[in-house]
Design a binder for this molecule. Structure first.
Ligand code: FES
Ligand SMILES: [Fe+2]
Length: 452
């Protein structure tokens, strides 16, 4: 039996010097919503996170059997399959599923395998009037009902009335389509409840998929994911943004199936001391170079100034909704994670990350960064996924933000290499700043090692 996760008292817990996130919210120029005022710090026990979780093929195989074959997971956006016959292929760790919009407008998902001799039914995303296997032509309707077998007289042993494609559970939330390979899985409403409660104010279904970029990264999927689950690494990895990010003053909250790290922007890291001028904060945030003039903030604090700029930049697309959002919602990094690998950001932060194993190679992962955006009028078509080559930088797709990703990705194969050679059996994690990573491993322990 694993030690349970314990609630912490925010008033007495050990934390960084400098302003807490809640104290920063006290300075907001607008009313702060309850969702940001909530605190749920937890002491996630010192679980022994074995190095083999990252290096062992046997552990990967267990993950496939006990996690990926059983857990609810984000497959695609609803807007990617708007019309009957639209389908996407979703692959996870050597498994492949078809997510299909039926004639009635429902979303269904099936294992991507023909019931004749097993050929994959569809290799590519697209639109079709039926699901017909390219090998010998067995066909099913879009809802998975049996349609036809060429030369059916030769298959008297097949009961065509019951020869439908096996269906797996699907669900939608916030414009995202989730699937579960386990036909006996827990109800989605229970699984998503914690996250759904957090996002009541931020309806991601109203946004459209503006960009979607993917890249193979040479490390276990958890190494890639964990690089985006704490701000503690900013000091070592992204020193250029330290003056504009309250890295170790982030607020970390843990619930059952979701957790969040809120990293405040436009406030300096406590690691830089108490005397960072506002000018340095703004220059770091705007990535200004020597000789570039610093904008005039008037008498505004940097956070309020940046929030006002962001409101006007978003107003044409988001309308007056921007006036309902407080400064923190406009500028901070509201980084949520739904177990095991779905990372939507709150408010207008726009980013959604997903990290997956790359097939069954446990030393390689697929890292994706999706950008969502508000729009007026007709929904713009969703961006197609763009693959970066393994040597191509994220900056090619995402500019300044991409350069930050590139710094993260630079570490990844080195972490894998270090873990392959370390004499240590386990890794260590900070109690508070790395609590989301602790929580992820606590959950993985429950799912993969059965420590419940
Ligand atoms: S394998 Fe699909 S029709 Fe033969
Ligand atoms: Fe980073």
């Amino acid at each position: 039996m694993a030690e349970p996760i314990q609630p912490l008292d925010p008033a007495t817990m050990v934390r960084s010097p400098g302003l807490t996130y809640q104290q920063l919210l006290d300075q907001d120029t607008r009313p702060v919503p309850a969702v940001l005022r909530e605190e749920s710090p937890k002491l996630v026990p010192d679980v022994a996170i074995s190095v083999e979780r990252y290096t062992s093929k046997a552990w990967h195989d267990l993950e496939v059997e006990r996690l990926w074959r059983r857990v609810w997971q984000f497959a695609c956006r609803e807007e990617e399959i708007p019309h009957p016959g639209d389908h996407i292929r979703y692959d996870i760790a050597g498994l492949s599923f078809l997510v299909v919009r039926t004639d009635k407008g429902e979303i269904k998902a099936f294992p991507n395998a023909c019931l004749h001799r097993g050929r994959m039914l569809k290799e590519f995303d697209g639109r079709a009037s039926e699901l017909r296997c390219p090998f010998h032509g067995f066909a099913w309707h879009l809802d998975g009902a049996f349609k036809e077998i060429p030369a059916q007289w030769d298959f008297p042993h097949i009961d065509c009335a019951n020869f439908n494609l096996p269906e797996i559970p699907t669900a939608t939330w916030g414009g995202f389509v989730f699937i579960n390979p386990d036909q006996d899985c827990e109800p989605f409403a229970d699984f998503i409840a914690d996250l759904a409660r957090q996002f009541e104010r931020w309806d991601l279904s109203k946004l459209y998929k503006m960009a979607h970029v993917a890249r193979i990264v040479p490390c276990n999927w958890k190494i890639a994911q964990e690089a985006f689950c704490e701000a503690y690494h900013v000091n070592g990895t992204h020193p250029q943004i330290l003056a504009s990010l309250g890295d170790i003053n982030s607020q970390v909250d843990v619930w059952e199936n979701c957790a969040r790290v809120i990293s405040p922007s436009m406030t300096p890291s406590p690691l830089l001391g108490d005397d960072v001028p506002s000018e340095a904060v703004v220059r770091a945030m705007l990535d200004l170079r020597e000789g570039d003039p610093t904008p005039d903030l008037g008498n505004q604090m940097p956070r309020a100034w940046q929030a006002a700029m962001a409101r006007e930049a978003l107003r044409p697309a988001a309308g007056d909704l921007v006036d309902e959002y407080c400064d923190a919602e406009m500028v901070d990094n509201l980084d949520y994670t739904l177990f095991p690998n779905f990372h939507p950001w709150g408010a207008f932060n726009r980013i959604v990350y997903r990290f997956r194993p790359n097939g069954n190679d446990h030393r390689s992962a697929i890292m994706e960064a999706i950008m969502l955006a508000p729009f007026q009028g007709e929904r713009p078509p969703p961006a197609k996924m763009m693959w970066l080559g393994e040597d191509e930088p994220w900056s090619k797709a995402y500019g300044f933000l991409g350069r930050v990703f590139d710094q993260d990705v630079f570490n990844m194969p080195k972490v894998q290499a270090g873990l392959e050679t370390t004499y240590m059996k386990t890794i260590y994690l900070a109690r508070y700043n790395e609590a989301k990573v602790r929580w992820l491993h606590h959950k993985l322990g429950e799912w993969v090692e059965g420590k419940v």
